[in-house]
Design a protein around this ligand. Structure first.
Ligand SMILES: Cc1cc2nc3c(=O)[nH]c(=O)nc-3n(C[C@H](O)[C@H](O)[C@H](O)COP(=O)(O)O)c2cc1C
Length: 184
């Protein structure tokens, strides 16, 4: 049998972390970023890389080309991502490169989301105050993946992100390590 991960060619994984307070007030994303540093090929701290408002799109595109699996890691802020990651999407996934005529540069890569949410799993349902599941609320990312020709992976979610104690965070970090390294 040749179905062990070690028998497969190792994927090069890029984790793009978008949290403006990653090194100060963040607990959940800081923990996940430390896990990513041990389990991904490259961790790209977006807010550390750019203090202004201009992104180096060519550099960002080059990073994407060098990896097979791209994971966007961020806290859920108003049912979406922090603004620098939105700008990253706008500036980096350009016409003729990521989509549209000749825009095939990312085709065949894997694309995942790793998010932390203040709310509980139960709140993200028709009976809860967030009304929809996070999978539903994050559909713009799923459609974007479809447009740019990448395979959208299951979303990795940490609910109750502000309430978890150290032990609970450690368990989430272990799950994240498995998410980053396993075959989906
Ligand atoms: C501006 C802002 C908006 C937020 N919006 C949401 C939200 O829409 N849904 C939610 O579950 N939590 C929301 N939260 C809570 C964050 O998701 C939570 O603080 C974060 O996941 C914790 O991760 P961290 O420890 O890495 O900061 C929001 C927090 C801030 C600061």
């Amino acid at each position: 049998m040749m179905n062990h991960q070690s028998d497969h060619i190792k994927l090069k994984t890029l984790v793009i972390v978008a949290h403006p307070a990653l090194h100060t007030s963040s607990r959940a994303n800081q923990k996940l970023a430390q896990t990513a540093a041990r389990n991904a090929t490259t961790v790209h701290d977006l807010y550390a890389a750019y203090s202004g408002t201009t992104l180096n799109a060519a550099h960002e595109q080059q990073l994407l080309l060098e990896h097979d699996r791209i994971i966007l890691q961020f806290p859920i802020w108003w049912y979406s991502c922090p603004s620098l990651l939105k700008q990253w999407l706008d500036d980096v996934l350009t016409y003729g490169w990521a989509y549209g005529e000749g825009g095939n540069k990312l085709h065949g890569k894997e694309w995942g989301l790793a998010v932390t949410a203040g709310g509980s799993n139960e709140t993200y349902s028709p009976q809860g105050y967030n009304l929809y599941s996070l999978e539903q609320l994050l559909r713009p990312f799923e459609v974007t993946a479809s447009i740019i020709g990448v395979r959208f992976l299951p979303i990795f979610i940490v609910f109750n992100a502000m309430q978890l104690n150290e032990q609970e965070l450690d368990i989430k970090a272990e799950k994240y390590a498995a998410y980053l390294t396993s075959i989906h």
